[in-house]
Write a protein that binds this ligand. Structure first.
Ligand code: DQA
Length: 137
C-alpha cells in the first residue's frame, strides 16, 4: 500500500503557527510517528507553498499510488486548478483538514477539493491524517 500525504501552504509552519488552532507539534515529528505506527504502509510526505507544485505532485502520483491524503490548506477554498487535478487522476484522494473548517470563517466553508474527493476528514487535529490512512486499509 503506497500512500502520499500532500500538504499545502503554511503547513510547513505547524508547531509554530497558531498553535491554539493547529497544535504545537511539527509535521515532521508527527510524520515520523505515523511511519512508526503504520509500518505496513509505504508512506510519503510532500509539502509546498506553491499551487503549481501541488498540482504537479498530484499528477505525478495520481496514476500509480494507492491513495493521496490531501490537505490543500488555504488553496482548498480558492483553487479550481487543484480541484481539477483531483478530478483528473485515478488515485482516490481523501481530503483532510486539521481544524473543523465549518466552525471557522465563512470563506473556509467552501472546498474546491471535496467534489473530486473520495471522502473528507476534518476537525480531529493531526489525528485527521491517522483517520485518512486508516480509511485506505
Ligand atoms: C486547514 C484549514 C484551512 O482553512 C487553512 O487555510 C489551513 C489549514 C486545516 O488543516 O485546518 O491552512 O486546511
Amino acid at each position: 500500500m503506497k500512500l502520499i500525504i500532500i500538504n499545502g501552504p503554511n503547513l510547513n509552519l505547524l508547531g509554530k503557527r497558531e498553535p491554539e488552532v493547529y497544535g504545537d507539534k511539527t509535521f515532521e515529528d508527527y510524520f515520523a510517528d505515523l511511519q512508526f505506527r503504520f509500518k505496513e504502509v509505504q508512506l510519503e510526505y510532500f509539502q509546498s507553498n506553491i499551487e503549481g507544485e501541488l498540482i504537479g505532485k498530484i499528477q505525478e502520483t495520481g496514476f500509480s499510488y494507492d491513495g493521496i491524503i490531501l490537505n490543500a490548506a488555504a488553496y482548498t477554498h480558492t483553487s479550481v486548478g487543484i480541484g481539477d487535478a483531483v478530478k483528473a487522476i485515478e488515485t482516490p484522494v481523501v481530503e483532510v483538514h486539521i481544524s473543523n473548517t465549518h466552525k471557522r470563517e465563512e470563506y473556509r466553508h467552501v472546498s474546491y477539493i471535496s467534489p473530486g474527493a473520495k471522502g473528507v476528514i476534518l476537525g480531529f487535529g493531526l489525528q485527521s491524517y491517522d483517520l485518512a490512512i486508516q480509511s485506505f486499509l
